[in-house]
Design a protein around this ligand. Sequence first.
Ligand code: DGJ
Length: 679
Amino acid sequence: MIWKLETNNTAYVIGVNQAGYLLNLHWGARLPDYPSPSESEGYASFNGAGQILPEEYPTYGMGLNYTEPCLKATFSDGVRGVALQFDSAQQTDNTLTLTLKDTHYPLTVKLHYQIYAEQDIIARHVTLINTGDTPITLERAWTARWHFPPGDSYYLHHLTGRWNDEWVHHRERLTNGVKILESRRITTSHHHNPYFAVERGDATETHGEVWFGALAWSGNWKIAAEVTEFQSTRVSIGLNDWDFAWVLEPGETFTSPIAYAGYTQQGLGAASRCLHDLIRKHILPHSDLTRKVLYNSWETTLFDVDEESQKRYAEIAAEIGCELFVMDDGWFHGRNNDTSGLGDWWADSVKFPNGLTPLIEHVNQLGMDFGLWLEPEMVNPNSELYRAHPDWVIHFATRQRTPARNQLILNMARPDVQAYLIEKIDRLLTEHNIRFIKWDMNRNVSEPGWQDAPRDQRELWVRYVHGVYHVWETLKNNHPQVIWQSCSGGGGRADLGILRLADQIWISDNTEPTRRLAMQANFSRIFPPNTMEAWVTDMGEQTIPLAFRFHVSMCGVLGVGANISRWTDAQKAEAAHWINEYKRVRHIIQQGDVFQLYQQDGYYATQYLSQDQRNGVLFAFRTYRPEPTTPLVIRLQGLSPDHTYTINGVSHSGAYWMTIGMTIQLHNFGSIMWDIHQV
Ligand code: DGJ
């Protein structure tokens, strides 16, 4: 038995061999024919067939197989081996479901596949069903294993970081053993992102085979990249099994998060564009909506907000052309610094004696939408909410609760916590004309206890995320006009799961423009520019020109977070000019294809091109390079070779721009923004 999943340019082929192993037979280019399932008797008395064959969804405990399993479970009699046998298949044009059943126990496993033909991407998830009458405890329930062609060695690309320093790109050779990337922090985390790209060591931005993927999950996750002693390389992806358990009661189904993965022969840039296209067309809620230019005073005022001062910032923001005014932290009950207030989601009566409405109306009269900051999952011990419900936080009953930024985490798995948040935020959104919410999360978990959990306390890891999704989704459905930003102290919650709810991502609290350039390029390996919020602020060397700051932020969803009350008339006029320029080209930036042309030795260049290849925008930057130096030479990408394009007053064929390219002279902290027009 063989099943083929074909996208426009790729094929994913699965089969069952005579011994009953479900195997991956091919993942790569579409071919006229594909390999048949192979057999194996193992190797010596030390390795069974499972150790050698490319199993599609291996389980723990059966045969001499010591590679990473995707599924580990304990049945009620204590048996810990899962033996799956192929049962049936259902295939449509775009989907395949393979049903496997345990040979002895009442456990059904369904492997679900969905084809995104245009994006050359396949989505996978699993459902696990207890068809018996005693509970089954799941200890690992990964989403998918992806195999690469055997016999070769591979390089892994991944992204790491920490607060204020996210989106660092790594490329490393995979050698025998298991390389783990993961989050144990109850959220996606700044530290690793659930994304991988794998290549043979010869892929560039524009050339070479690349296999890539990402998990749509905003909690603990794990990627295991394994090379076996039989030169087989595979990547498994799913929920983290660190401290994980899930009790599958009789009749219940457990559904894993979705993993998306694809293949291209056109290098790392093409892999990113496949993901961008998938996210824009199939994941983002308001993907077609033009992202507005926002103003946010956080970096200037911190918690010091009130009606009068925010009105003044709003007036200047409107004057320079902002379209959305967001009030950040500091606006709610008792919030004068980070020691109090979280959880009490109503306007502070000292700062806003007449509530939020006068400010919102003022902002609306200035022609802007109004947005607000929230941190729903958090509570300060110094708050009315905590005083009323100290048991609502994640904690171990007999242990100290470790505060971070003076706050504790609400147990989002609890229905009463979910109901409280839905009620409070729903009221805010119903009573006010709020069009944008920045949903923040400013710490990671500690003491991960849930004393009165209905089942195993370790279900917290998954149920917490389900709780976040439930609250967010309920509010989103009740208030479809709201645009949501996912923020977690910057880029701590950026993943394809949250992008089913959030429209935009705050990628880092680090807004220093030269550092941002690499961050933005690396963030763009996964996420499209219409999700990437980028503000012009005062951070960094004051000698960095305003134009440079704007050009950096124009590469995504432009915002302003600088102290605009100190800007001179000339600075305001310049800001207004760049905001206008952004509005002129933002449809290309937000919806077009992105090409990372250059990222080396202080030079950066990024090109945006409309899907019809007719119009584009080119940005180039020089950060700091000591003299003597050479100019930046770049070759464009993605143009139609036979058409003529005009760039900065010069016309050449697309082929010329892509082969000969152009030389750009820039001084330190110089930048350019040039239109690309097909003649
Ligand atoms: C962290 C965010 O990343 C900042 O932009 C700001 O919203 C602060 N939190 C507010 O506390």
